[in-house]
Design a protein around this ligand. Structure first.
Ligand code: ADP
Length: 399
């Protein structure tokens, strides 16, 4: 069974094709700078002899539809498929499913309309996801197309945890509530952890940490998300590359008054000029680590703030969960940054969390267990694979 996974952004499409019987990735690639002059497409795969191969095309790609045509041409050239239309299913990452979508959903006209209605909640992402969906349906009308929502895993969060203490009408009329994001990743690593620990996935209690450019944490009880750090939008919660995470909302009114900033300027500041970048001028964790080693005080401060915020969430999710089987780190930072794992887990023995510094001192290519022998809570590092999780969800829906 061959399943293609598409992650369509406003000017790019990332894709991966899976043999969903073996979970093997057959080919992955990206189409970049769609709509610009320098657009290009690239795929990477192994040929029949197992040799690593790459195919590339540099050509003006005006829109997502043409992007998919180029992708199809490259896939045919790789001899991995004869045509996109022979696929068993296509899965689309969709960022916002609102309250409407709590499961992967076969896409039809009605579903497209509903995703369109959710655009105000994700004005940058849902339109781009829809471009990919519409082009893909046009290209392969007979292949089942499935939407997999970033918000879906969090649809199990109870009302007392997803409501904000604002006038109730903001929820009823405008849909203001916590939705959460990175759901596919939190779900994937929770299931992988259950497999690794030999626990029934429906009984696992875990704190999941997806730490990349965007970062979020989740409290997972009996395999279901019961709280998460991102909210109505991905701005809330942890400190991120360029996003501030939790702040006193009154800062916005204050800055508006004293600096005369308007809503768009504040939106830009909080989303693009804050977080690690706001504190030390850089949002790349590797570079910040280097800067801190050279003694740059702002880089050190940014790291301390980043780790401190994670520690606070570990504490609050431990309280919410009661029993915690494991803490799971993933994402570019979670999988690779040994200092962040060490600092954010330091002095948490009272919560049953004890990290083995030596075991922790490696990057994760596969599942790593980095806790001490007597740690009550396991600490795992699990490389995320959102694309595979989407392919698996598509497979279970269409079969
Ligand atoms: P995105 O949210 O864009 O998918 P990623 O999950 O790829 O982001 O994570 C990007 C972050 O991971 C960057 O801050 C990057 O510096 C960091 N990162 C990647 N590799 C390492 C590494 N070896 N050590 C520390 N940080 C790393």
């Amino acid at each position: 069974m061959k399943i293609l996974v598409l992650n369509s952004g406003s000017s790019s499409i990332k894709f991966q094709l899976f043999n969903a019987n073996t979970n093997e990735s057959l080919v992955g690639g990206i189409i970049e700078q769609i709509g610009e002059r320098d657009s290009h497409a690239k795929i990477k795969f192994k040929d029949k002899e197992g040799k690593n191969c790459e195919l590339e095309k540099n050509t003006a790609i005006a829109n997502h539809k043409f992007g998919l045509e180029i992708m199809n041409a490259l896939l045919i050239e790789s001899k991995i498929i004869k045509d996109l239309c022979e696929l068993d299913g296509i899965g689309h990452r969709v960022v916002h499913g609102g309250e409407k979508f709590s499961e992967p959903t076969i896409i039809n006209e009605k579903v497209i309309e509903q995703i369109e209605k959710l655009i105000p909640l994700a004005p940058l992402h849902n339109p781009a996801n829809l471009d990919g969906i519409k082009s893909s349906i046009e290209h392969c009308p007979n292949v089942p197309q499935v939407a997999v929502f970033d918000t879906a895993f969090h649809s199990s969060i109870p009302k007392h945890a997803y409501m904000y203490a604002l006038p109730y009408d903001t929820y009823k009329k405008d849909g203001v509530r916590r939705y959460g994001f990175h759901g596919t990743s939190h779900h994937f690593i929770a299931k992988e952890a259950a497999k690794y620990l030999g626990i029934d996935a429906n009984k696992l209690n875990a704190i999941t940490l997806h730490l990349g450019n965007g970062a979020s944490m989740s409290a997972v009880k009996n395999g279901k998300s019961i709280d998460t750090s991102m909210g109505l939008t991905p701005l809330e919660g942890l400190i991120m590359g360029t996003r501030c995470g939790d702040i006193d909302p009154a800062i916005i009114f204050y800055l508006s008054r004293v600096e005369g900033l308007n809503i768009d300027e504040l939106d830009n500041m909080l989303n693009k000029q804050s977080g690690l970048k706001g504190i030390c001028g850089n949002n790349d964790m590797r570079e910040i680590g280097e800067m801190a080693k050279k003694g740059e005080q702002r880089a050190k401060l940014a790291l301390e703030m980043f780790n401190y915020r994670i520690k606070k969430y570990i504490g609050s999710y431990s309280a919410v969960l009661g029993r915690v089987d494991c803490l799971i780190f993933t994402g570019g930072i979670g999988e690779n940054d040994t200092e962040v794992r060490k600092e954010s887990c330091s002095n948490l023995e009272n919560l049953g969390i004890s990290l083995d510094i030596n075991k922790n001192n490696q990057r994760a290519k596969e599942i790593l267990e980095v806790n001490t022998k007597d740690s009550k809570v396991k600490v795992l590092v699990i490389p995320t694979n959102e694309e595979l999780e989407i392919a698996l969800q598509v497979k279970s829906l269409i079969s």
